[in-house]
Design a protein around this ligand. Structure first.
Ligand SMILES: Cc1cc2nc3c(=O)[nH]c(=O)nc-3n(C[C@H](O)[C@H](O)[C@H](O)COP(=O)(O)O)c2cc1C
Length: 400
């Protein structure tokens, strides 16, 4: 179309103006995760013992207290868990949540330093111009603290909720993510109206003003686990959130991220998500874990496993032709079933304050530079971080 500046690049790597600086100066950066959603990452009837503390902390008044406490304790950023359809079961697991875009805007004026992330599911019919505009505004009002988690949106159930009867193929979702991110970066950095004619997204005369305050653009994280997901993160994001079953697996993933990023002449830092049950002794923390497992909400976990059908986790843990049927562990085996119940497959850290710090040091030794933490008990977890765990991390040289 005449008169608009034609986009020369449609796929990454694409970093107009370079990548934003993400380093805070701490060896291990800390994120506060899943504070916005019913039950957090705990699919267990144990949460019903004290619903307001373990399940309904996402209600706005308590969510605000938690997020502000995380900032006071020294956390670097918050990330909401972005779900559109929950998992049901006896605990109505994840059935309610505060949304993951407007929450960043709401938190901006009531926090000072915390990084504020939102999440975009690229297959759910948003246009990049929507996120470019919403994000630039939140970055503007938060004085450069906003960032975006770009995920493919793996859930067929959620895609159906957005009107797609046939789910978008897994790898194609990452092609969409790639184009989505390229257009997003144009809109955040380009002063002229642009013409972008991609396979999935087009824009004729798109522009965003004001621009984000953060230079050259807001921080982008991505949490794909498959080869194409990691490749996408290395081409387009600043942070790759990886998951592995062992510490050696983490080392391998981290070096893969650095190798690929270097191939694309970029710098991408590796992070992971962790699920934490901490207590004064290892035995007490283990007892809590055992109790939560004894009370596992099987229907909710089963529904979650079913929703993973199209993610790479499925291939790792369940055979392609698996149907749920009568298998008591939904085809993933008891160990994985419990790992999904407590932390949706995240790295679990269960133990005394000293043990928790030691496990964090192991992740740091494996090359992980940031952990996104979900506590079974977020209020207790944040206080224990402040009083017990962060002081040990300081002694270890992992925190300033
Ligand atoms: C730290 C982290 C946060 C994630 N947050 C979300 C989320 O909020 N919403 C979502 O739909 N998927 C989320 N995911 C799932 C990933 O986007 C991705 O679909 C999953 O890791 C499977 O990888 P794959 O899509 O490459 O197969 C998250 C994953 C991780 C590791």
């Amino acid at each position: 179309m005449a008169g608009f500046k034609k986009a020369a690049v449609l796929r990454g790597p694409f970093d107009p103006g370079g990548q934003p600086e993400t380093r805070t100066g701490d060896v291990m950066e800390l994120g506060f995760f899943a504070w916005n959603i019913k039950g957090g990452m705990t699919a267990s009837k144990g949460v019903l013992k004290n619903p307001s503390r373990y399940q309904d902390f996402w209600h706005w008044d308590s969510a605000v207290r938690l997020v502000q406490l995380s900032e006071k304790v020294g956390f670097d950023y918050q990330v909401p868990f972005a779900r559109w359809v929950g998992q049901g079961g006896e605990t109505s697991y994840n059935d309610s949540n505060i949304d993951f875009l407007s929450s960043a805007a709401a938190l901006a004026p009531i926090t000072d330093n915390l990084g504020l992330f939102s999440t975009a599911h690229v297959t759910y019919k948003f246009h990049p111009l929507h996120f470019a505009k919403f994000g630039a505004t939140i970055d503007f009002i938060s004085k450069g603290r906003w960032g975006l988690n770009i995920v493919s949106g793996y859930s067929a159930r959620e895609q159906a909720a957005f009107g797609m009867k046939e789910p978008i193929p897994h790898d194609q979702a990452y092609d969409m993510a790639d184009e989505f991110t390229t257009l997003l970066k144009y809109l955040w950095t380009e002063d002229e109206r642009i013409e972008f004619e991609g396979e999935f997204y087009q824009s004729y005369g798109g522009i965003v003003s004001p621009k984000p305050l953060r230079s050259p653009r807001p921080v982008i994280m991505s949490a794909g686990n498959s080869d194409v997901g990691i490749d996408f993160a290395c081409r387009q994001a600043d942070w790759a959130f990886v998951i592995a079953p062992t510490l050696q697996g983490y080392k391998d993933r981290v070096s893969e991220v650095h190798r690929l990023a270097a191939k694309y002449k970029r710098k991408v830092r590796a992070a992971t998500m962790v699920y934490v049950i901490e207590d004064s002794t290892d035995a007490r923390a283990e007892a809590t874990k055992q109790w939560l497992e004894d009370e596992v909400d099987k229907v909710a976990v089963r529904n979650f496993v079913d929703s993973l059908k199209r993610s790479s986790f499925r291939g790792d843990f369940v055979s392609e032709d698996f149907t749920l049927g009568d298998d008591p562990w939904s085809g993933v085996g008891k160990e994985m079933f419990m790992r999904i119940a407590l932390g949706i497959g995240a790295w679990q850290i269960v133990g005394s304050y000293e043990s928790v710090a030691e496990r964090i040091r192991e992740l740091s030794d494996a090359g992980i530079e940031s952990i996104l933490i979900c506590f079974f008990d977020p209020l207790g977890g944040l206080h224990h971080m402040e009083d017990e765990i962060i002081p040990i991390l300081k002694n270890m040289g992992l925190r300033k």
